[in-house]
Design a protein around this ligand. Structure first.
Ligand SMILES: N[C@@H](CCC(=O)N[C@@H](CS)C(=O)NCC(=O)O)C(=O)O
Length: 321
């Protein structure tokens, strides 16, 4: 039995959930409390989710790509990594590249989108068990939002999205990947591997970011993702996607137009290549409670910034490509 420590909406957690299902392993999920993570303190590995504890071998390991490699090595049936060394190295490089770039940038923009449009969603994600769900009720949800939003903004640097060129970096990375998948169907070789699984999962937060969800050069990529979700029986929508879609439906508009991106900017044309990385990087910054008050203006400027303009809500519709 594999125990999977998780935050259920995390795209890195979904990578491992999908891998466990694909490999038909017995597993059970354990939801952690994000603020304390006390459920996983007994394990001597990085305190991020996903973290697995294999009760058969006693191994505890965090970081989604090493977890998948461990599962493939320990339980070789239904392999997710190619058997040949060159394919294996390439798949690994794609996995850790996507973990270190797409996964982090998509998380930044996904949370930013929630904060800009409907920050009340944050307490539904982070605080459903705190005080019996008190902070998910209407008034307290509104009061909790700036605190949670500021904490997350400091932790993941949402207030620096523009300076750090997060939209541009993602576009430069994803347009060539979309073109490659249109030609080849898979990132590595001629079959589905953990590299494709990683890409499909880590793209997930961008489904709520209109700049990407409606990007003319990325429609084939979301259609590819949708096809994999259907073929592998993955959830069509995560709770934050559904909650935000309901909010948008009511409001009739979204924060979508990134004003500093010129419509005629050149888009990359080269082929997509992974970086020569051996392990994944992360971008979590420690935050102390003393930083929260001085950082509130950063939260409110994110929330009311004119740099991402409102536009009419049109639900994205990707045919399974
Ligand atoms: N590279 C890691 C990233 C994992 C990660 O950053 N997980 C986040 C959830 S999406 C986490 O554990 N956050 C805990 C925290 O911020 O303290 C992986 O692939 O598993």
């Amino acid at each position: 039995m594999i125990e999977l420590y998780k935050l259920h909406w995390s795209h890195y957690v979904e990578k491992v959930r999908w891998a466990l299902d694909y490999k038909r392993l017995d597993w059970r999920g354990i939801d952690i409390v994000a603020f304390t993570k006390r459920e996983m303190k007994r394990f001597d590995c990085a305190q991020t989710v996903p973290l697995i504890h294999d009760t058969a071998t006693g191994v505890a390991i965090s970081d989604s790509s090493p977890i998948i490699r461990y599962l493939d090595d320990t339980y070789p049936e239904h392999p997710l990594l190619p058997a040949d060394p060159a394919g294996r190295t390439l798949a690994w490089r794609w996995m850790v590249t996507l973990d270190s770039t797409l996964g982090l940038n998509a998380r930044r923009l996904g949370y930013t989108q929630v904060i800009m449009e409907c920050p009340g969603i944050l307490s539904k994600l982070f605080m459903p068990q705190v005080c019996g769900g008190l902070f998910t009720r209407p008034v307290l949800r509104t009061l909790a939002a700036p605190v949670l939003g500021t904490m997350l903004a400091l932790r993941f640097r949402f207030h620096r999205n523009r300076q750090d060129r997060v939209y541009e970096q993602l576009e430069e990375q994803l347009v060539p990947i979309a073109a490659r998948l249109e030609r080849q169907g898979f990132l590595v070789g001629g079959r589905f591997t953990a590299a494709d699984l990683t890409l499909a999962c880590l793209l997930r937060p961008l489904r709520i970011v209109p700049h990407f969800a409606h990007h003319p050069r990325l429609q084939s990529l979301f259609a590819w993702q949708e096809r994999l979700f259907r073929e592998h029986g993955r959830d069509a929508a995560f709770p934050y996607e559904t909650l935000l879609a309901e909010h948008r439906q009511r409001r009739g508009s979204v924060r979508g137009r990134v004003v500093w991106l010129a419509p005629d900017r050149p888009l990359p044309a080269g082929d997509a290549q992974p970086l020569p990385l051996e392990s994944a990087r992360n971008d979590i910054h420690e935050v102390s409670r003393w930083q929260l008050l001085p950082a509130l203006p950063a939260y409110f400027s994110l929330r009311w910034s004119g740099a991402i303009k409102r536009m009419p809500y049109v639900p994205a519709a990707w045919p399974a490509g």
